[in-house]
Design a protein around this ligand. Structure first.
Ligand code: H79
Length: 450
C-alpha cells in the first residue's frame, strides 16, 4: 500500500519536474516532528487542490450543509437520492479538469452532514448504489486519480443528521433523535472510514468536518485520529477531527490536540508557518451546485492562490458539479485559466514556502532555496517599494511574461513593472539571491502609495 502511494507521488514528480522534490523545508526540532513533516511533505509541496461538494442535493440547487430541514423539508430531502441519476458523470473528466487547473489532489465529499454516502457501503442503504445511477462514485474517482497521479482524498462529516444513532437531527441541534446511541454511532463512523481506506486507498487526506456539535468530544477526536492512522499510517488528518478549531478562521487553540493541519474556511489564512494550513474556498458562492451562482474572477482566484502560498498555506478550491454529473463549463473555463497561469508561474507556487515578505494588498512572496518569488497584484505607476533584504539580489526576471526592473538599495527593494502588464493577472518575478532565502526572517510590508 505504502509503495503504491509513493508511486503516485513519483508520478506527480515526473509530471512536474523540478517542482519541489529538492525543496528544503526547515528541519523539525524532534524526530516525531520530523516524521510528521515527512508525512505532510507531498501536500505542502502540492499547494493547490480541488474540493468537490456533490450529492443528491444538487437536484435542488440548495446548499449541501444546511438545506435539509430548512429550504428543503426533511421528508423531501431524504428521498432526493431516488432521483439522483448523474448520467454525464465521468471521473476522468473531473480529474482532467483538476490537472489542467494545476491541482495536485482532489477532495470529494464522500459523506456530508446529510449522511448520504457516495460509495458502495455496507453500513447503510442511504448510498449511491441505491440511486438510479447505481455506480460507485468514490471508486471511479479514486481510480481515475490514481491513473493520473492525482492524490485522492476524502471529506467526511463527523455529524450525521440522518443517522438514527447520531443524537442531533438538524443545524444547531434544533431537532433530536428519539433513541441515539453515540458509542454505536462512533463504531459506524469507524466502519465507514475503514471501507474508504481499504477499498479506495491509499488516501491522501481524511478531511473531517462537523466536529463542533455537542455529542463530539476531544477524546473521541484523538481516538478517531489514531484509528485513521492505524488504517493507513501515511494518511494526513485535518484539525476538524478534534475540538480545537476556533470558528471559521480554522486555526487551532494552542496546546490542544488538533490533528495535522489548520483549516480556514471561506477565508485566506494569515501568515503561519506552523501548524501547516489549507484554506477551503468556493469558486462560486455555494459549496454544492447552485444555478447561476456568482463565479469568482480570474484575478480573485489567482490572488487567492498566491496569497495562500505566500502565507505558507495551501488552497483547496471548491467546485460543485451539476446534477447531471458535469462541472459547469464556465467553472471549467476559469479553472483552465488558473492552470494556464500556473504553467508559466508554477515554479513560484509548487514546492515553495511562504515569505519572507508577508502577503498584503501589494501581493505575496514565496521562496525556494536561493530564490524569492514576488507575486505582484498591481502595476503601481510609482513602483513598489519593499523592505530591504539581508541578501544580495544577483538577478531578477519575470516568469509570467513582461518586463520588470528590480533595484536593490541598502534600505529597500524597488520594483518597477512594465505598465503593459495586464492588471487582471498576477505578475511573478523570480529573484536569485547570493544565499538561502529560507533563513531570512518574515518581514511585513507597509501599505503602498498609489
Ligand atoms: O462542507 C462545507 C460546508 O458545508 C461545511 N464546511 C465546509 C467545508 C460547513 N458546515 N457548516 N458550516 C460550514 C458552517 C457552520 C458554522 C458554525 Fe461554527 C458551526 C457556526 C457555529 C457552529 C464553525 C464551527 C464556527 C464555529 C464552530
Amino acid at each position: 500500500m505504502k509503495r503504491l502511494f509513493l508511486a503516485g507521488l513519483a508520478i506527480i514528480t515526473l509530471l512536474h519536474p523540478g517542482t519541489g522534490i529538492q525543496t528544503r523545508f526547515p528541519l523539525a526540532s524532534s524526530p516525531a516532528k520530523q516524521v510528521a513533516a515527512d508525512r505532510l511533505q507531498w501536500w505542502r509541496e502540492a499547494r493547490f487542490g480541488m474540493f468537490i461538494h456533490w450529492g443528491p442535493v444538487s437536484l435542488k440547487g440548495t446548499e449541501i450543509g444546511w438545506s435539509r430541514g430548512d429550504q428543503v423539508p426533511v421528508e423531501v430531502y431524504d428521498q432526493l437520492y431516488r432521483q439522483f441519476n448523474p448520467v454525464k458523470f465521468k471521473a476522468e473528466e473531473w480529474v482532467a479538469v483538476a490537472k489542467e487547473a494545476g491541482m495536485k489532489y482532489i477532495m470529494l465529499t464522500s459523506k456530508h452532514h446529510d449522511g448520504f454516502c457516495l460509495w458502495s457501503t455496507q453500513t447503510t442503504s442511504y448510498n449511491i448504489m441505491n440511486t438510479p445511477f447505481h455506480r460507485d462514485v468514490v471508486k471511479e474517482l479514486s481510480a481515475a486519480c490514481k491513473k493520473e497521479g492525482i492524490i485522492f482524498c476524502t471529506y467526511f462529516s463527523i455529524l450525521d443528521w440522518h443517522h438514527p444513532d447520531y443524537p442531533l437531527g438538524s443545524p444547531g441541534g434544533k431537532t433530536k433523535k428519539p433513541s441515539p446511541n453515540m458509542p454505536r454511532y462512533v463504531q459506524y463512523l469507524k466502519t465507514q472510514l475503514g471501507e474508504l481506506a481499504r477499498h479506495y486507498g491509499p488516501l491522501g487526506i481524511f478531511w473531517f468536518d462537523g466536529e463542533w456539535e455537542e455529542p463530539w468530544t476531544s477524546e473521541m477526536g484523538l481516538d478517531l485520529y489514531r484509528y485513521c492512522r492505524s488504517l493507513q499510517d501515511s494518511v494526513i488528518v485535518n484539525n476538524r477531527v478534534a475540538k480545537a478549531r476556533k470558528g471559521m478562521e480554522g486555526v487551532s487553540a494552542g496546546g490542544e490536540f488538533a490533528g495535522d493541519y489548520d483549516t480556514p474556511e471561506q477565508r485566506i489564512g494569515s501568515f503561519q508557518q506552523n501548524p501547516p494550513w489549507e484554506s477551503c474556498i468556493t469558486i462560486c458562492q455555494q459549496w454544492s451546485w447552485k444555478p447561476e451562482d456568482k463565479l469568482k474572477s480570474l484575478q480573485e482566484c489567482l490572488r487567492t492562490l498566491a496569497t495562500c502560498a505566500g502565507g505558507d498555506g495551501n488552497l483547496l478550491l471548491n467546485v460543485g458539479p451539476m446534477p447531471d454529473g458535469r462541472i459547469e463549463p464556465r467553472q471549467v473555463k476559469r479553472l483552465k485559466e488558473i492552470g494556464a497561469w500556473l504553467k508559466q508561474s508554477g515554479s513560484g507556487i509548487y514546492g515553495t514556502r511562504g515569505g519572507p515578505y508577508q502577503p498584503g494588498a501589494w501581493g505575496a512572496s514565496t521562496w525556494k532555496e536561493n530564490k524569492i518569488y514576488l507575486h505582484l497584484f498591481e502595476v503601481l505607476p510609482s513602483g513598489l517599494e519593499l523592505p530591504s533584504l539581508p541578501r544580495r539580489i544577483l538577478s531578477s526576471k519575470s516568469i509570467s511574461g513582461g518586463n520588470a526592473k528590480v533595484l536593490q538599495t541598502p534600505t529597500s527593494v524597488q520594483v518597477h513593472l512594465d505598465p503593459v502588464l495586464k492588471s487582471g493577472s498576477v505578475t511573478v518575478l523570480e529573484l536569485t539571491l547570493d544565499g538561502e532565502a529560507g533563513t531570512i526572517p518574515p518581514v511585513s510590508v507597509a501599505g503602498q502609495k498609489k
